[in-house]
Design a protein around this ligand. Structure first.
Ligand SMILES: Cc1ncc(C[n+]2csc(CCOP(=O)(O)OP(=O)(O)O)c2C)c(N)n1
Length: 336
């Protein structure tokens, strides 16, 4: 298939079509993910959480922009850096903290932890510790929707590190051939663990889906407005039987690869980190825009921050007090 026959994804610049309340709600979602993740970091640093976690701080606009374009019954598949996807798809803070702390009230009865949270009531088919592993699950979910004649779509979130996994190309081929309603969202945060992606990735990211005839766009993943409109465009195509699409979202994780990756100087500079934190913070960007549009005041945004913090504190308190699963169920709900 030649380059010229690839359908073009629209730009979708009609910001004013979206009600102000929706943008304000997106602000709340961004703040919720940020506050949740800060608390997770704190739990790790104070040795209250077993295991580890990969923080999503800095990348929040990707999950929020995409999930705001979805319905509750649409599917997502997630990654090892999945808390943001979960929350953006509507997961409860209480049950997420409970899962991280190994409590029975957690999404997997405390037996999955950070990298295995799934929330099937909201279409979240789960985080995945296998880089690229969720690509097959997203294709399966999209195929099932197509076979049932449902108009659900499936979003496959993955980091640019997954571009090195063969499965992704196998399923993109099938998705293109069968016009599956799947949207590939590549969160390009520049680093595969501690290696810059330019050292692992030949050519461009978008040339890869385009080789299968899948329309692709590179967008600013720090701008929730750009993400939302691009995602809404892909969702509409997929829902109306026009097949898969691919978004490369340029983003950055403000923290380390995982919570213990504190000294990062050997693979990226403090100056680079500071530039992203000060100039490309998705929360600050949306806040400034909302104030500029007079759709929110600095005070009303502060109030949202305070409300979210209360929700996080209450969710954590619930999880700290919650019981562990009974020892008698140690071999239940697990597969080997
Ligand atoms: C199949 C597989 N290979 C290697 C790993 C170890 N690993 C965990 S995260 C990671 C890097 C992933 O980078 P990327 O996909 O860009 O996601 P990011 O961590 O940047 O969000 C690697 C290699 C793994 N979990 N799965």
């Amino acid at each position: 298939m030649g380059q010229s026959s690839i359908p073009v994804l629209q730009r979708g610049d009609g910001f004013r079509e979206v009600l102000p309340e929706k943008w304000v709600n997106m602000y709340r979602q961004l703040v919720k993910i940020r506050s949740f993740e800060k608390q997770v970091n704190e739990l790790y640093l104070t040795a209250k959480m077993p295991g580890l976690a990969h923080l999503y701080i800095g990348e929040e606009a990707v999950a929020v922009g995409v999930c705001e374009a979805l319905r509750t019954d649409d599917y997502i598949t997630s990654t090892h850096r999945g808390h943001g996807h979960c929350l953006a798809k509507g997961a409860s803070v209480e049950r997420m903290f409970a899962e991280l702390l190994g409590k029975a009230a957690g999404y997997c009865r405390g037996k999955g932890g950070s990298m295995h949270i799934a929330d099937q009531d909201r279409g979240n088919l789960g985080a995945n510790a296998i880089v690229g592993g969720s690509a097959g699950i997203a294709a399966g979910a999209a195929l099932s929707a197509q076979m049932r004649g449902a108009d659900q779509v499936a979003v496959c979130f993955f980091g640019e590190g997954a571009l090195g996994q063969g499965l992704l190309y196998e399923v993109m081929n099938m998705a293109a051939l069968w016009k599956l309603p799947v949207i590939y969202v590549c969160e390009n945060n520049l680093y595969n663990e501690y290696t810059h992606y330019s050292e692992t990735t030949a050519g461009t990211v978008t040339a890869r889906p385009e080789a299968f005839g899948i329309p692709a766009r590179t967008i600013d993943g720090q701008d929730v407005r750009a993400v939302y409109f691009a995602a809404a465009n892909c969702v509409e195509r997929a829902r109306t039987g026009q097949g898969p699409a691919f978004l490369e979202c340029l983003t950055y994780r403000f923290h380390g690869h995982f919570v213990a990756d504190i000294n990062r100087a050997y693979y990226r500079s403090r100056q680079e980190e500071q530039e992203w934190e000060t100039q490309r913070d998705p929360i600050h960007r949306l806040a400034s825009w909302l104030v500029e549009q007079k759709w929110a005041s600095a005070e009303s945004l502060d109030k949202i921050q305070a409300e979210v913090q209360m929700e996080i504190t209450a969710g954590l308190e619930f999880a700290l007090q919650a019981p562990f699963p009974d020892a008698s169920e140690v071999d239940q709900h697990v597969y080997a």
